[in-house]
Design a protein around this ligand. Structure first.
Ligand code: FPP
Length: 247
């Protein structure tokens, strides 16, 4: 187990799981096999994050832009996620994870929505569990637009005076209302972009980019990211000099 226990472990880690396609292509395999390996990596990472005391793990599984990919790749990712959900009962981790979804879920097929609801309800009561949030059909701008629409609807019904709308209220209208903002964002796969992921919530998050492709990501990569996080000073725009750990 990690020597990180007791160190400044982030409460909330967000991950952009990039590089599945390149991992597969380099091996002469179909991209879908890269996603399958990526799903295995996610299981290991969730287990490890739970072990080192992370409270929330939020992963970008499918963006609102990913529908532009070839149909067989899209259906492969959806099938994989449903397989992950449907085999959850036999997963040794099932009592240590609370699963949730963010994104525009209501526009997905009814059977996909049913699977999402089923695993959320099945795991809701898990005590002492890590909160695994899967961003699916998610785009940060879309999330903010949906929140703005809710606020506009409240105003139109006379339930909200525009001047009442502040940061806390808008946060409460986002998909992430029940969780703290991420302390650390990790992006695997050798790109240095945010790619429309949690734009509002990442305002003060420490960013960590690594060349490691997501299917190659191991416990040691989490250790390296958390160590980099712990060594940084978080000031939230002020002058405090505490190191890591959400100071
Ligand atoms: C980015 O790699 C990855 C995705 C778009 C999909 C991520 C999905 C998974 C890890 C599997 C989902 C399963 C579960 C259980 C949540 P890419 O295809 O953009 O890689 P590339 O940049 O190398 O082409």
């Amino acid at each position: 187990m990690s020597e990180l226990i007791g160190a400044a472990v982030p409460v909330h880690i967000a991950i952009i799981m990039d590089g599945n396609g390149r991992w597969a292509t380099r091996r002469g395999l179909p991209r879908t096999l890269g996603h399958r390996e990526g799903a295995e990596t996610l299981k290991r990472v969730a287990r490890y994050c739970k072990d080192i005391g992370v409270g929330y793990l939020t992963v970008y599984a499918f963006s609102t832009e990913n529908w532009k990919r070839p149909g067989d790749e899209v259906s492969g990712i959806i099938r994989l996620l449903r397989h992950y959900i449907n085999t959850f009962e036999s997963d040794p981790e099932r009592d240590r994870i609370r699963v949730n979804f963010i994104g525009d879920i209501e526009t997905l097929n009814a059977d996909v929505q049913r699977d999402f609801r089923s695993i959320s309800e099945r795991t809701r009561g898990n005590r002492d569990a890590i909160n695994l949030t899967i961003a699916f059909n998610y785009g940060a701008r879309d999330e903010i637009v949906r929140a703005a629409r809710k606020a506009a609807a409240l105003a139109a019904q006379g339930e909200l005076v525009p001047e009442q709308l502040d940061e806390a209220m808008l946060s409460g209208l986002l998909d992430t209302r029940a969780m703290p903002d991420p302390d650390l964002l990790i992006r695997a796969g050798a790109e240095s972009r945010i790619s429309n992921f949690m734009l509002w919530q990442l305002a003060y998050t420490e960013l960590y980019f690594t060349d490691t492709l997501w299917p190659d990501f191991r416990d040691a990569d989490i250790d390296a990211a958390v160590a980099a996080y712990a060594a940084r000073q978080r000031r939230f725009g002020g002058l405090s000099t505490g190191r890591g750990g959400g100071s």
